[in-house]
Design a protein around this ligand. Structure first.
Ligand code: FPP
Length: 234
């Protein structure tokens, strides 16, 4: 632990967002098809979510499928959709497991009626919970910003403040992320939470997502506590 940040000066982490990268390479290293990497990726996600719940993180956001991921081979896209459908079933069956309010970030209109209805039902059923799990699915930061602009135009807004703009984003009910983690070794943000990331602390690790354990998350959190956040001040 960096001694320059005394524990009483530490800012609590309310919101952790994660770019779950490296599933494909993880599978390839094991001679498996990429889709298997995503399957193990869901397992890693569940363990991380459980840990976040235990350590009292208020908001968890995961990047599960981007607006650009449709460019992947159909087989892989279909496999991710199937994993999501399976996850929706699990959540429906075990609704009380983690006590998170589930919010999907992204344009749901591209999904067929059945999947969209299930996503919306889950959002509705969990809407009174205090903690939030944001699942970015068909999400892009630029798409979100354009969507918010169009929403405000449609509402006839003539003046927009930072606050009113933030309320038009998919993340309207979430505070900005304190910590954004990217696994898989790449040092970029890949169209994730472009507006919300303004003052987030960034943490990059070479660990591939299926290997990202609760212990690895603790290392990221420990690293976060060595940062002195100034938000543009001194
Ligand atoms: C990035 O790894 C991962 C994705 C694009 C998909 C992540 C999706 C999941 C973990 C499943 C989501 C489902 C739920 C229920 C949350 P990559 O394929 O780009 O890996 P690579 O960089 O090694 O190719």
């Amino acid at each position: 632990m960096n001694k320059t940040v005394k524990s009483e000066e530490r800012q609590p982490i309310r919101h952790i967002a994660m770019i779950m990268d490296g599933n494909g390479r993880w599978a390839k290293q094991r001679g498996m098809p990429r889709e298997q990497g995503h399957r193990f990726g869901v397992k890693a996600f569940q363990a991380i979510l459980e840990h976040c719940s235990e350590i009292g993180i208020e908001i968890v956001t995961v990047y599960a499928f981007s607006t650009e991921n449709w460019k992947r081979p159909k087989k892989e896209v279909d496999a991710i959709m199937k994993l999501m459908d399976h996850y929706l079933s699990e959540c429906e069956k075990k609704l009380d497991r983690y006590n998170f309010r589930i919010c999907f970030l992204g344009d749901k209109s591209v999904f067929d009626e059945k999947r969209r209805a299930r996503m919306e039902k889950l959002e509705e059923k969990t809407k009174d919970r205090a903690r939030i799990l944001n699942i970015a699915f068909n999400y892009g930061g630029r798409d979100e910003i354009v969507h918010a602009c169009n929403r405000l135009i449609a509402q006839g807004e003539r003046y927009v403040s930072e606050e009113s703009f933030a309320k038009a984003l998919y993340t309207a009910d979430s505070v900005d992320p304190d910590l954004i983690i990217r696994t898989g070794g790449d040092l970029r943000i890949s169209n994730f939470l472009l507006w919300q990331a303004a003052y987030a602390e960034l943490y990059f690790t070479d660990v591939l997502w299926p290997d990202f354990t609760p212990e690895e998350l603790d290392l990221a959190i420990e690293d976060f506590y060595t940062r002195k956040r100034r938000f543009g001040g001194v």
